[in-house]
Design a binder for this molecule. Structure first.
Ligand code: BGC
Length: 376
């Protein structure tokens, strides 16, 4: 059994991670194999495989870098792969990690439903699997899930809109355009469901009107407005279409965007359409606290973001890895919510938090998640 540093060391390492965000330098196709500087050979012989979806989104760079830093500070050897949002590439990366003798796999999947046969191979090799951030669906061969409370993310977005527009006080009607995330990402369903549970009653009461007709009849129909691969360009094109087709004689008051990459494209479409901050710029939601979006928040082009401190998530995943390797009980705090279609996966959920212009300084900069220079 590997010798690992005590958990106190992990907590200390987590504190040191503030400035780590920009340090991942691998290409999307690249692999980083890092060895510990520890002299303890037993520990450094334990390989942990980490796969992330893409380097094109800021958050996954942060997640990968932080997780590797933590695991290596605990003495593990790591292999970190990014798959350029290509499912086949991710599958072969995971298979390579299995063949390389990984003892635990941490996977942030691209397509939650396509990893079943690959994970069968992990199971056959006795390698436990932790789904990271995104649940891996339709397989018995996933053991744990480390994530944020994804339904709560959507609720926070919906409630923000409800409050800003005083919908509970009866205000309206307002023009709303809803967006949803990638149809292959289970999180996207939870984000939209959380938001739509707040907003749909106001669509039914007529306080929210969706001029494009793109308000799903039920939250289960969210895929009809899903933006494949969470692409900014696709969200921008979709928003431009809606504005050009349905807003020739009216203004949009509020846009429900599930995350920052979509919000970025939507903001560009609004700008191109002549919307102006302080004049007619709509409420626009987001998630992740990506630097460019935080800058938009400061500039008034995005109303909020749901911040998920990826340092916490990396911390949880590293702790789970360590517990698994040590053979101790794995810490979870939710054993009922995350059913992947085959079984309920024991999960550890962190809490997301709303950040508006008012909290950028105190929370994002104050905690070291970003620096003041990042958003200049
Ligand atoms: C993550 C979000 C992210 C999105 C796009 C989701 O699964 O939870 O934080 O914005 O993927 O990468």
């Amino acid at each position: 059994m590997a010798i690992v540093k005590p958990l106190a060391a992990l907590a200390g390492a987590a504190l040191l991670l503030g400035g780590l965000a920009a340090c991942a330098a691998e290409r999307d196709t690249g692999t980083t194999s890092g060895g510990s500087t520890e002299t303890d050979t037993q520990t450094s012989e334990v390989l942990i495989g980490v796969t992330m979806p893409t380097k094109s989104l800021e958050r996954w760079n942060n997640d990968g870098a932080q997780l590797v830093e933590l695991l290596e500070s605990m003495g593990y050897t790591t292999q970190l792969d990014y798959a350029d949002n290509k499912i086949e590439m991710q599958i072969s990366q995971i298979e390579n990690q299995i063949n390389a003798g990984a003892k635990v796999l941490v996977i942030a999947s691209i397509d939650g439903e396509s990893l079943g046969p690959t994970l069968e191979k992990a199971k056959a090799a006795n390698i436990p699997v932790i789904a990271y951030d995104r649940l891996i669906m339709q397989t018995a061969d996933v053991d744990y899930y480390a994530t944020f409370d994804n339904y709560l993310v959507g609720q926070l977005q919906g409630k923000f809109i409800e409050e800003k527009l005083d919908l509970a006080g009866g205000a309206g009607p307002f023009n709303l355009e809803p967006f949803a995330g990638s149809p292959d990402d289970n999180n996207a369903s939870l984000f939209f469901g959380g938001a739509w549970d707040v907003l749909q009653p106001y669509v039914e009461s007529g306080q929210l009107v969706v001029p494009s007709g793109k308000g799903p009849a039920t939250k289960a129909d969210w895929k009809s407005i899903g933006i494949q691969a969470w692409k900014s360009e696709t969200a921008q094109a979709e928003m431009e279409n809606r504005l050009n087709s349905f807003y020739t004689d009216k203004k949009v008051d509020v846009v429900l965007s599930p995350n920052d990459s979509l919000a970025m494209g939507i903001a560009q479409a609004l700008e191109a359409n002549g919307y102006q901050v302080g004049v007619d710029w709509p409420i626009l939601t987001g998630q992740d606290a990506d630097k460019a979006n935080v800058k938009n928040i400061v500039d008034g082009k995005q109303s909020m973001t749901v911040w998920k401190d990826t340092r916490k998530l990396a911390d949880d995943a590293a702790r789970m890895v360590d517990e698994i390797v040590k053979g101790s009980a794995v810490t979870t705090n939710d054993t009922t919510t995350y059913d992947n279609g085959v079984k309920v996966i024991p999960s550890f959920l962190d809490l997301p938090q709303v950040v508006t212009k008012d909290e950028v300084e105190s929370d994002l900069i104050g905690s070291g998640f970003i620096t003041a220079d990042d958003i200049k």
